[in-house]
Design a binder for this molecule. Structure first.
Ligand code: PTJ
Length: 240
């Protein structure tokens, strides 16, 4: 409830878009299907995503209004752990909103947030959503995209990048095209990932093994199965 109120307030303040509120509701519905927990499939995807981030030369975390509102400190902690850049990239982009979301991240402690002065464009997406920075998303080899829309996820994959998505909907286009899809609530996923950085930082062989043995399609199928299994449980159990 507190989270919803924060999102509503930040919607009034212009950080979260109105469709961001709708997207949050969609996410909540999928989280109920998961039982509002991190599954073992999600934990594995989080570990593999961290392996990619630690292997990356130029990792970037892409931040939109919802992510800035939900977990700015968690984004900053992960970015510091892996030395990834943070770039604000909005679906509903206006100069005013860009400034608000960047300032929101800076107020939470981010030292450097890219996105204010876009000087590059991602191929294959219309309008201002393609705008990004050369130093950040444009030249990144690995991009973490929490709550990404399908068109941009596809464009990033087409641009040859490793795309790591956090998306509670295992059926979304983003989930299907990403290299690694973490089907978990973003505020649970990011702290888990920061913890995995500590574990995997000195384990190069372990990282390689994780990357080579992971199959995103299989992981998504198992996640969908976990949702079906959860739906089969007795809904009256656990009630007072
Ligand atoms: O701030 P902007 O303008 O960049 O807009 C951000 C939104 C999220 C509105 C924009 O990127 C968008 O429209 O995204 P989609 O296509 O709605 O995709 C968002 C996905 O994130 C959906 O599949 C949701 O189920 C999922 N989702 C929503 N909340 C969470 C989530 N996944 C993980 N954690 C959440 N808290």
């Amino acid at each position: 409830m507190i989270v919803r109120e924060r999102l509503a307030e930040l919607n009034m303040a212009g950080v979260v878009s109105t469709t961001g509120l709708i997207a949050h509701g969609r996410g909540e519905a999928f989280d109920y299907l998961l039982g509002e927990r991190t599954t073992s499939d999600a934990l594995l995807a989080e570990k593999v995503a961290v392996a990619y981030l630690l292997e990356a030369k130029t990792p970037v975390i892409s931040v939109n209004g919802n992510v800035a509102a939900l977990c700015p400190e968690e984004v900053i902690a992960l970015s510091e752990a892996i030395r990834a850049k943070i770039e604000v990239n909005l679906f509903h982009r206006t100069e005013g909103r860009m400034e608000k979301v960047i300032r929101h991240m800076e107020a939470a402690g981010a030292k450097r947030v890219l996105g204010r002065n876009p000087n590059a464009k991602l191929e294959g997406i219309a309008s201002d959503r393609a705008l990004c920075t050369k130093e950040g998303i444009f030249s990144a080899d690995v991009v973490l995209v929490p709550l990404e829309d399908g068109d941009r996820a596809e464009a990033l994959v087409r641009a040859g990048k490793i795309v790591l998505a956090v998306d509670l909907n295992p059926l979304s286009r983003t989930a299907k095209v990403a290299t690694v899809t973490i089907v978990d609530e973003v505020t649970r996923a990011l702290p888990n990932m920061t913890e995995f950085v500590r574990i995997l930082r000195e384990d190069r062989a372990g990282r390689k093994r994780l990357i080579s043995s992971f199959d995103n399609g299989t992981n998504l199928k198992e996640t969908a199965q976990a949702m079906c299994d959860h739906l089969q449980t007795d809904p009256t159990k656990g009630k007072e």
